[in-house]
Design a binder for this molecule. Structure first.
Ligand SMILES: NC(=O)c1ccc[n+]([C@@H]2O[C@H](COP(=O)([O-])OP(=O)(O)OC[C@H]3O[C@@H](n4cnc5c(N)ncnc54)[C@H](O)[C@@H]3O)[C@@H](O)[C@H]2O)c1
Length: 275
């Protein structure tokens, strides 16, 4: 703290939903990697608390990702703090879930999740891309999807559908904005022991059962996710766009491994090669 270069001298990334959970971890990792960080959240106290842990490399940005005007104000404030018309990057991480069986789910809950996760991701990333485009400034965008975007969780309402939507939106943005030098990618976390999933993993029995189902044998951490986000933001990922990187210890692809099977099936290949 206090030893970082001024934000006018560093590349700058905005992390939305950075007031807690995975977003706070991404913001800290970005600052450690030398980025100036706009810690954006609709909860002012949460944004300020995260900035206090990071120090001079971060500024709080209070905005609601569903509200275009508040996003523009945040971008103006960041431009003033950095002296640059456009940030170098944005991580569209803000997301919510509203649980309930689809048959009974209040329509307002469905709409709220679409508004934050899908429309909010669109509004934030487009606002940044517009500034990068008009400043002729190449940039990088990362959006947060989820294993729920390919494997729906029961009673998760609109959540999985929004994440599938974000995955396709990312691909479309990559196609449309690639010619302007803007890369757009997604990160799809699996079972992460942080943020919105903490109520699940505070139950020790559920925690142990779920950990045992992951091929790598453990839950993921916010730092696991942040490391991949930082890679996608970096110049090492200069030729990657339109991709979704799954950070899940292997669980999304392990469904067949969890099905019962006769022992005879496991030995067929051995018998054949022994002939
Ligand atoms: N935790 C997991 O297991 C997990 C797994 C897969 C994907 N994800 C995704 O990762 C992202 C971060 O999740 P998390 O677990 O850290 O959640 P979290 O609830 O801890 O953090 C979300 C943050 O977003 C902020 N936010 C919510 N609505 C906002 C709005 N309208 N405008 C601005 N900020 C808003 C909240 O204040 C909060 O600080 C989400 O997109 C989530 O869907 C999480």
């Amino acid at each position: 703290m206090g030893t970082s270069p001024p934000m006018t001298d560093t590349r700058v990334v905005i992390v939305t939903g950075a007031g807690g959970g995975i977003g706070a971890s991404i913001a800290s990792a970005a600052a450690q990697a030398g980025w100036g960080v706009g810690v954006l959240d609709h909860d002012p106290a949460a944004a300020h608390a995260v900035v206090a842990t990071i120090g001079d490399a971060a500024v709080p940005l209070v905005a609601d990702v569903t509200d275009e005007r508040s996003i523009e104000h945040a971008l103006d404030a960041l431009a003033e703090a950095t002296g640059r018309p456009a940030p170098d990057a944005i991580v569209a991480n803000a997301g919510i879930v509203r649980f309930g069986p689809l048959l009974d789910l209040p329509t307002a809950d469905f709409r709220a999740v679409v508004d934050v996760n899908l429309t909010g991701t669109f509004l934030c990333t487009r606002a940044v891309a517009r500034r990068q485009h008009s400043a002729q400034h190449p940039g990088s965008i990362v959006a947060m999807t989820s294993m729920n975007g390919v494997a729906p969780g029961p009673n998760a309402g609109a959540y999985g559908a929004t994440k599938a939507g974000v995955a396709l939106l990312v691909a479309q943005m990559a196609v449309e904005w690639g010619p302007f030098g803007i890369r757009v990618n997604a990160v799809a976390p699996g079972l992460i022991d942080a943020g919105m999933s903490q109520p699940i993993y505070s139950d020790p029995e559920i925690r142990a059962l779920r950990s045992a189902r992951v091929p790598l044998g453990r839950l993921g951490t916010a730092a696991d996710v942040a490391a991949v986000v930082l890679f996608l933001l970096s110049d090492e990922a200069a030729y990657i766009t339109g991709s979704e990187i799954v950070v899940d210890g292997g669980i999304t692809r392990s469904i067949i491994a969890t099905l019962p099977r006769p022992h005879s099936v496991d030995s067929i290949g051995v018998r054949d090669s022994a002939r």
